[in-house]
Design a protein around this ligand. Sequence first.
Ligand code: HEM
Length: 192
Amino acid sequence: MSVPKSYSSVAVLLHWVIALMIVGLLFVGFFMARLGDEQLSLKFELYQWHKSFGISVLLLTSLRLVWRLTHQKVEPLAAGWRDAAAHATHVLLYLLSFTIPLAGWAMVSASPWSIPTVLFDLIPWPHIPWLAEAANKAQAEAIFKQIHATMAYGAATLVALHVLAALQHQFWFKHAIFKRMWFSSKDTISEG
Ligand code: HEM
């Protein structure tokens, strides 16, 4: 079987939707966490949107991983250490796309405030039961808050590296990297 040269429509769609959501979540997360109590209603509103999109990232990343594991990988663009670095960045980004929302979910589940999460004002999302019933909730919440923020800012650094590497491929090495991560007429033969 020949190695596909570009990503399939499903992989492209998931890549850009998840990327947009993560970048939005990083900015909104940074902003909302610094709002004072005098802007409580805006803060509450942003937290609900943040939780809704954050859980969506968790669900879409699961779908993306299933897709990735059931379809053939695309041809690598680089060799040697560059290929290894690209691979390591991609694995870490996958991992963080899971663990950051999981830590966020754990944080709100452990919160002594027990504020319900209703995705997009429509779908009630449960708290993780063993955290919602934990003995020392405040301490658990503080730990998950720290983990969530540290991983989120780690992801922001990785996203920046990922974008810089893509730009370098496109404009320095003249590889048509954006074309292969976009919708193409060759979708029927490309997977990954
Ligand atoms: C990929 C997904 C996510 C990203 C990139 C992300 C990113 C962030 C960032 C950057 C912050 C600010 C941290 C700080 O400066 O203190 C934040 C805060 C927060 N996130 Fe997320 N988040 C994600 C998913 C989630 C999920 C799924 C939930 C809950 C269901 C959640 C709940 C929260 C809460 C409650 C805060 C505020 C913490 C505080 O009050 O200090 N996040 N997030």
